[in-house]
Design a protein around this ligand. Sequence first.
Ligand code: SAH
Ligand code: TRP
Length: 329
Amino acid sequence: MMEPILEGAVEVHSYLGPGDERTLADDVLDGLTRPLKELPPKHLYDARGSQLFDAICELPEYYPTRTERLILETHADDIVARTGAVELVELGSGSATKTRVLLDAMAAAGTLGRYVPVDVSATTVHSVAELFCDEYRGLSVYGVVGDFERHLAHLPPPAGPRLVPFLGGTIGNFPPGSRRRFLRGLGKVLGSGGHLLLGTDLVKDPRVIEAAYNDSAGVTAQFNLNLLHVINRELGANFDVDAFEHVAFFDRQREWIEMRLLATEPQRVRLEALDLEVEFAAREELRTEISAKFTIERLRGDLAAAGLDLVELYTDPDELFAVSLARCA
Ligand code: SAH
Ligand code: TRP
């Protein structure tokens, strides 16, 4: 079924409501009362977190963004020609700076119809929707403020051949099991004849990877610590943010970066909204994110297990990063 799209129109739909403070509350209750404390990364991206992430993308140590942009610039025309895409449904779109490369190629091919950014960060979805609608003549934008793990059923039906970019290596932030489950669920989003465009960071010298998550300007530390500010604000908690340190290291066995917050001294945290008190021992850590690094074999395995065929794999000359084009098997 095709949906006629209104040229040049912009609309934004939000599926995050009052109930979603609940997901933070549930995740915090779940994650802070277990022996190895852990929280899911989506709560890092409030307005300030999203700004800090944009700053990370500009850091000299953070090679993924510029490398992925280079790959897209080199191959965007090929991607657009192979997929015949008239719309982009972008998962975890953020400020979508690299997406312009794809939109420009679609415009040049005369197939630019609709852009559907999907992100938990309301501020970024709204600003990208406005900006792109102004910049791309005739483009219609259908913004979705929501959780890509829970709200993909609310996407509009395809307006024609669909390309679904999932960039930035965000797929690496899922633990391996849910990663495959998530990829399998994308079949419905792709629709018939649709393609996934998946950005993944590749396994390389651990020193290069670790530097990308331990930048000398300390922006990544600010970004990671922002999670505690979010919890203090949203759940009436009293984390002493200054008494935590950012830790990021490459787990060579699992081939992923692990991001943690380390309590430099013992502390007891009160969370008003949960009527809960949580203790941190000295040097106790809270895991905030993993960022998996891929080999081509792991990538193929994950795609195959999710019922997806690899159509083309694009990479940079140094094989730092990969962008895969895939479709339903
Ligand atoms: N695509 C951009 C941003 C990557 S950062 C780039 O390549 O630079 C990850 C983005 O995913 C952030 O904008 C964050 O808000 C969003 N995000 C993280 N978890 C999410 C979730 N569960 N649902 C929707 N968006 C999510
Ligand atoms: N998707 C990004 C990545 O894995 C997110 C990210 C970059 C990140 N730096 C971070 C998440 C620091 C938490 C902390 O590369």
